[in-house]
Design a binder for this molecule. Structure first.
Ligand code: PLP
Ligand code: COI
Length: 341
């Protein structure tokens, strides 16, 4: 397979226009047949529901080239079902899971030359999304929607790759109690932008959001869930109904338990407990697992014993196993790897 002419090892997490993307429209209560298109642009009515009331949901997953040249995705069924959950909360129609998987396959096959070569550390990031297309001026759900899916080759989400990052506790909330924090809707990310810009302006890589009701418990960052390793080698991850159920985090719990024999616990995690953990990381499709070296709040700075130079030893093992499963060098649990070509 001849690949596109890109500097694969130095890609950032950015958008590059690839050849084909998938489009399907929902009208008169049903989804039309989808197809691939060359056109990366969208023409919409000025009053489209997405433009006025932000009715949109999305997903994120990656296609990986393995050592033998196969191209695979990781647990796309979980992205398909999470997108349905998101759509339901946003009063949008479900895009059927089997069609979601077909769209992933079609886009990856049509853009195989954009799937970064094995060993470069880069991947083809896939972005499925759905938005309201018909004019809506009274506040109500639209009746017409478009589902699209494109791919873009990406490198690491953080510019220093997997060097430990420093994060700050945000003064702003990302999600409301009983709000939309548990779904993947663009509006949650719009909410996080001011916090993000503020954190960067203050020299931090990311935000730690606390629970919006009491600001006592750790929630997540703007784009990844937290994992903590205790001094006894247990994996602890925050449980909350206002964080996104990360596919990466759910997978890491299985990897930690079944591959490393670790104790894993999902429970509310108090900010005041942070100082007792040995390692901290954030995990997600884009972030993979990025170690956190330091967390700064107005009152205190928590420096994890794993330090600012490299990942903690347990985080490193989890990282190696997860990426090994994704790149095919470690045996995957049944059903986790979806081979496309
Ligand atoms: N939390 C948020 C807010 C996210 O945007 C993401 C990214 O999708 C994650 C967590 C990680 O989820 P996943 O591992 O499914 O990519
Ligand atoms: C992902 O990890 O897929 C996300 O959607 C996170 C986003 C911040 C890029």
């Amino acid at each position: 397979m001849e690949k596109a002419n890109l500097d694969w090892k130095n890609l950032s997490f950015g958008y590059i226009t690839t050849d084909k993307r998938y489009v399907a429209n929902f009208k008169d209560g049903k989804w039309g047949e989808g197809s691939l298109t060359d056109d990366p642009n969208i023409t919409l009515n000025e009053c489209a529901g997405i433009l006025q009331y932000c009715q949109e949901v999305f997903e994120g997953l990656k296609a990986y080239e393995q050592e033998d040249g196969s191209i695979v995705t990781f647990r796309p069924d979980l992205n398909a079902s999470r997108m349905m959950d998101s759509a339901k909360r946003m009063e949008m129609p479900s895009f059927p899971a089997e069609r979601f998987i077909e769209a992933v396959e079609e886009v990856v096959r049509a853009n195989a030359k954009w799937v970064p070569p094995y060993g470069t550390g880069a991947t083809l990031y896939l972005r499925p999304y759905m938005f309201a297309t018909n004019p809506v001026i009274g506040v109500k759900p639209a009746t017409e929607y478009q589902f699209r899916l494109f791919g873009t080759p990406v490198g690491p989400y953080f510019k220093n790759g997997v060097k430990p990052i420093t994060i700050c506790v945000s003064d702003f909330d990302r999600a409301a109690p009983r709000g939309t924090g548990f779904i993947k809707a663009g509006l949650n990310y719009a909410m996080s932008l001011h916090a993000n810009v503020t954190a960067h302006a203050n020299g931090y890589d990311e935000n730690m959001f606390l629970d919006p009701a009491t600001r006592t418990y750790v929630e997540e960052t703007g784009g990844a869930n937290f994992i903590f390793i205790t001094k006894d080698g247990e994996l602890v991850t925050p449980k909350s109904n206002s964080i996104l159920p990360s596919v990466t985090r759910r997978s890491l719990l299985v990897v930690a338990k079944d591959y490393l024999g670790m104790k894993v616990t999902e429970r509310p995690v108090k900010f005041s407990e942070l100082k007792d953990f040995a390692e901290c990381g954030i995990c997600g499709t884009a972030a993979v697992i990025c170690p956190v070296g330091k967390v700064v709040s107005h009152d205190e700075t928590v420096c994890f014993p794993s330090g600012m130079e490299k990942m903690g030893p347990v985080t490193q093992k989890l990282y190696d196993l997860l990426t090994g499963i994704q790149y095919g060098t470690v045996d995957a649990p049944e059903g986790w790897i979806h081979k496309i070509m």
